[in-house]
Write a new protein. Structure first.
Length: 151
């Protein structure tokens, strides 16, 4: 299974989701390909936000190798499951994909935890460091649900 995590900047939320799900998939012996991308270009080429790296490292997960990239039309071809970490991201994925947008592949990430609720992972970018702890806990629980729902 090929899974893509998508947020706005690809520096705060989706890098955590990529790192956490990759870690859990390995622990479960699942041979999944996991990547992440953003719908905005501001941070392309950058490492994950230092607070995202810090909260992952505190939980034994290294995400420092990641570099931000934009979500592109070809991602609809290259991935089986595309997770939008927030509602605005879901809409942008459809807009970027245009006629190639296969929205059957696109799901609200948090629906794995609360089916049909269409909840968003809050954007921690403009907030304080403790926001990254909240985001990490939400992502961690949701990644457990992804493993449980798909293996
Ligand atoms: P992310 O957070 O989508 O979780 O990576 C953001 C990062 C940067 C910006 C917005 C959200 N920004 O506006 O630069």
């Amino acid at each position: 299974m090929r899974i893509l995590m998508v947020c706005l900047g690809n520096i705060c939320r989706s890098p955590i989701a990529e790192g956490v799900l990759r870690h859990k998939a390995q622990q479960h012996g699942l041979n999944w390909i996991i990547d992440s991308a953003g719908t905005e270009s501001y941070h392309v080429g950058e490492q994950p936000h230092r607070f995202s790296q810090k909260i992952c490292a505190a939980n034994g997960i290294d995400i420092s190798y990641q570099r931000a990239r934009m979500f592109v039309k070809a991602d609809f071809k290259n991935y089986d499951l595309i997770y939008a970490l927030a509602g605005d991201v879901y809409a942008e994925i459809g807009r970027i994909g245009g006629l190639q947008a296969d929205m059957k592949k696109v799901h609200y990430f948090m629906n794995e935890l609360n089916a049909g609720a269409n909840q968003s992972v809050p954007d921690p970018y403009y907030g304080a460091e403790n926001g990254y702890e909240t985001v990490y806990q939400l992502i961690d629980k949701t990644c457990d649900a992804i493993i449980a729902n798909h293996q």
